[in-house]
Design a protein around this ligand. Structure first.
Ligand code: TYD
Length: 387
């Protein structure tokens, strides 16, 4: 049974950056978040139909930050270069480009990105991950040694079909490696902005183990990662494989945090509301003092924050982002203009809200001049503050 604990209100498609004349037809849905008593999964009360989010106009590019390019390069160096590798949700090829097109298959439903990996020489299926597709790939290419997915499995509403399709395509000793934001870190950081249409679930190791086991797989190792505000890389294999101690370590840490209990999430919802009030108060004060406030990184996460808190161009002058596909458009729902990054100093920016707070290290390095000259960042993670 699912029990709702959080209501993030009316939300648009988080990556649905739009032109002025598209505002009339903007799609909205109600973002409610619930705890499933049986599996312990944190999941949305209403799923947005995937083609509304993942289509030929999808704008999120995995390769836009050095942090992520290095991250995938590092992982690839630890994997067998001769293995048959399939990636679910290959985006612009930021992971697979570390492998030879000879043994690598890409699956990507956003046809603009599928075309890019195709042009790079990779066999690419421009489709959603389903059992039908797994059967088709099995027939043509045989079983796979490594099935990989980054920030993708938590995008898929039907986890049972996803996992059983993976199992059917995995070789006997094959490994399914996937990484997504960690629920433990969401709770520790009060980063409620990890919840948006594309993230119908936020995973704990406890819930994933329950769901994988239902589908003939089990977690054999967990690696805690710093990326995306704290993620878990899950290594899963067929049942009866050897299990590393990191699995029980993570599960017992999650039990200490109470991730298997509804009450934990009710307390989280109270902290989320506090965060909203604090952020509105801080931005309103900046405005009253005549300060120039912008936002750094037009992220999906900031779509959740701005729409939940009702923050628009009245409080945030503009958002900067390095992604060409987002520039010149308006942010979803609140319609704040998105510009290419200029110079914060020359522009007289007093405060930059960190929409991409998960890249703080990379941003600090890039913006040292702004910081040295008294520029400040604002964040809501883990509490609303000026940094
Ligand atoms: P990410 O945090 O992965 O976003 P999401 O919440 O959508 O998953 O994406 C970071 C965004 O911030 C991406 O659009 C690129 C942008 N960005 C900048 O504009 N400047 C930067 O220095 C960095 C690191 C990212």
């Amino acid at each position: 049974m699912r029990k709702q604990f959080l209501d993030l209100g009316k939300q648009p498609i988080a990556n649905g950056f739009l032109y002025k004349d598209q505002r009339k037809n903007e799609y909205f849905f109600n973002l409610g978040v619930a705890f499933d008593e049986e599996t312990k999964l944190i999941t949305q009360t209403e799923y947005v139909d995937p083609p509304l989010m993942f289509n030929d106009e999808y704008v999120y590019r995995g390769s836009m930050s050095k942090t992520m390019r290095d991250h995938f390069k590092e992982l690839s160096a630890t994997l067998d270069p001769k293995a048959k590798v399939l990636e679910i949700g290959s985006n612009d090829g930021v992971f697979i480009k570390n492998f030879s097109p000879k043994n690598t298959i890409a699956v990507e439903p956003c046809s603009n990105f599928a075309k890019e990996t195709q042009d790079m020489g990779y066999t690419t299926y421009p489709e959603f991950w389903t059992q039908e597709l797994a059967d088709k790939i099995h027939k043509i290419h045989g079983k796979q040694n490594i099935i990989f997915a980054a920030n993708c499995i938590c995008h898929i509403p039907d986890l049972n079909q996803t996992f059983s399709a993976v199992k059917s395509l995995l070789s006997e000793d094959g490994v399914f490696i996937f990484e997504d934001p960690s629920l433990a870190e969401v709770i520790n950081n009060n980063s409620y902005d990890q919840i948006y249409d594309e993230h119908p679930h936020v995973f704990s190791v406890i819930a994933l183990d329950n769901l994988l086991k239902r589908n003939g797989l089990q977690i054999v190792k967990v690696k805690n990662l710093k990326v995306h505000g704290g993620s878990n890389r899950i290594f899963a294999k067929k049942i009866d494989s050897k299990i590393d101690k990191t699995v029980e370590q993570n599960k017992s840490y999650e039990r200490i945090l109470g991730l298997d209990k509804f009450e934990t999430f009710k307390r989280f919802a109270i902290r989320v509301e506090q965060s909203k009030n604090d952020l509105i108060q801080l931005l309103t004060r900046c405005k009253e003092e005549g300060k120039t406030v912008i936002s750094y990184g037009a992220t999906s996460k900031s779509t959740t924050v701005f729409n939940y808190c009702g923050i628009g161009p009245n409080l945030i002058k503009y958002i900067t982002d390095t992604t060409p596909e987002k520039q010149g458009k308006l942010s979803p729902g609140m319609h704040i203009p998105v510009l290419s990054p200029g110079c914060l100093l020359e522009d007289g920016v007093d405060y930059a809200y960190l929409g991409a707070w998960n890249f703080i290290k990379e941003i600090n390095e890039k913006e040292h001049k702004y910081l040295d000259n008294g520029g400040k960042f604002i964040t809501h993670v883990p509490v609303v503050k000026i940094v």
